[in-house]
Design a protein around this ligand. Sequence first.
Ligand code: 0L1
Ligand code: MG
Length: 261
Amino acid sequence: MAEVNYQSLAECLHQAEVEKREVIRITQDHPHLSVEDGYRIQEELVSLKCGLGHRIVGPKMGLTSQAKMRQMNVAEPIYGYIFDYMQVPNHASISMADLIHPKAEAEIAFVMGKDLKGPGITKEQVLEAAEYVLPAVEIIDSRYKNFKFTLPDVIADNASSSRVIFGDRLTRPGDLELDLVGVTLRINGELKDQAAGAAVLGHPAESIAMLANMLARKGQTVKAGDVILSGGVSEAYRLAIGDVVTAVLDGLGTVQFTVNE
Ligand code: 0L1
Ligand code: MG
């Protein structure tokens, strides 16, 4: 069996993203790849992107819904990183030619005002440390063929991170009950999904607490200034050229974008 070369696997995933092409999942050649190996590859990928001058906007949580965790047979969500080049202004368009097979999901983002150092971080500490919350749509675009992967594969692939559109309005986290925030996701006016903030681990702040506690295992912290995606409130929906995507998060605002050629 081929030896796992973290750096060259990270380079391969990065090239796939740059060249907008699918690759065979890593576990096809490395069936014993562990979750820890997946994070080692992700770390190489993150430092490669930083070395190219890209800036981290913040970590993101993925696989936060019970349905996705069941589907992947995992007890814990995963994390990845959002970079500056992934940001798209609200009401602007994304280009399908820049992507492979994108899907969109509505999320609640947190802007951190203070550092959070786990272990033992609670939802209440997150709400105290967060300066603002805002609506977002994350575009996930797995680099793997047919969007098919195992858990270590998707961790290595930076949790499918690709693009993010943040809403225009910042809200203080204490100004509303985030678990009760109603969310609708429409594509071309057709209602695709409706859900509440509680779809994210019971409360989106729980997801940020879990992130801080997962990062603590690596001696890392959630940092003041991080803008963090807490996980999909809606399911993720495949996008096509011409789509107009609208997410309305009650009390937080609206995110909208168009998919161009
Ligand atoms: O942000 C997410 O929840 C995506 C996590 C990776 C799984 C996927 O690509 O569906
Ligand atoms: Mg997501």
